[in-house]
Design a protein around this ligand. Structure first.
Ligand code: NI
Ligand code: MN
Length: 229
């Protein structure tokens, strides 16, 4: 078995993770995303993880799942919505739960944020994802969240890569994201959910410098379309 992974930023909080031969999309917001690195019609996926119901995260999930047959993994309310829209291939879970998938063990982590579906129904609680890959690397996708002190519990999971929002207004801003790095203590941190629109404009290189001055983590700034291997 190939012991490698690759993660590509598709813009905002959309990620394409490749582990072994599996493609895992996270929050595939491509249509209407001013910084999208690809288009919904072209992206391939075996699994799609959805953090919450907002359009900039649920995004093109339905269209991509229908075309590719990808399994959609989401909190129960969102999984029910996806199934009601004609995608029966879902895994429903909830905060604190873990599921073993062919690419690794996935735990649904609390995110402090709202969640509404396109039809106005509640999307349940917003989520983040902790993913322990089959190759041993541990990834934490905070997705849309405020800073909260229980992020310190993630330290026990020895996070290799943390993907944290820094855009402010809708999520943590740069100051709180620095505090999150101190609580989580990942080896590497990758900022996201900024500069998609003017209202979440931030300077990622200034934030990177702060991470390296104020914490023991190394920050990796990705442009949309860039990847970590
Ligand atoms: Ni949101
Ligand atoms: Mn968002």
């Amino acid at each position: 078995m190939e012991k490698s992974f690759q993660i590509q930023l598709l813009g905002h909080n959309a990620w394409l993770l490749k582990v072994n031969n599996l493609r895992v999309l996270i929050d595939p917001f491509l249509t209407g995303n001013p910084v999208a690195a690809t288009v919904a019609e072209k992206v391939e996926a075996d699994y799609i993880l959805v953090s919450h119901g907002h359009g900039d995260h649920l995004g093109d999930t339905l269209q991509i799942a229908k075309r590719t047959g990808a399994v959609v993994v989401a909190i129960a309310e969102i999984a029910s919505y996806i199934a009601s829209q004609g995608c029966k291939n879902t895994i429903a879970m909830n905060i604190g739960g873990t599921v073993s998938l062919p690419f690794g063990r996935l735990k649904m982590i609390l995110a402090i944020h709202s969640s509404t579906l396109p039809d106005g129904a509640s999307g349940g609680t917003s989520a983040g994802f902790l993913l322990k890959l089959a190759n041993g690397k541990t990834l934490y996708f905070a997705c849309d969240t405020a800073l909260y002190s229980d992020m310190a519990l993630l330290r026990k999971s020895s996070v290799d890569y943390a993907f944290l929002p820094i855009g402010d207004l809708f999520t943590m801003g740069p100051d709180d994201a620095i505090e999150a790095v101190k609580l989580i203590q990942p080896r590497f941190v990758v900022p996201c959910h900024y500069n998609t629109w003017n209202v979440i404009a931030q300077d990622p290189l200034a934030w990177q410098a702060r991470v390296e001055a104020e914490t023991d983590a190394k920050a990796i700034v990705l442009d949309s379309g860039e990847m970590i291997e």
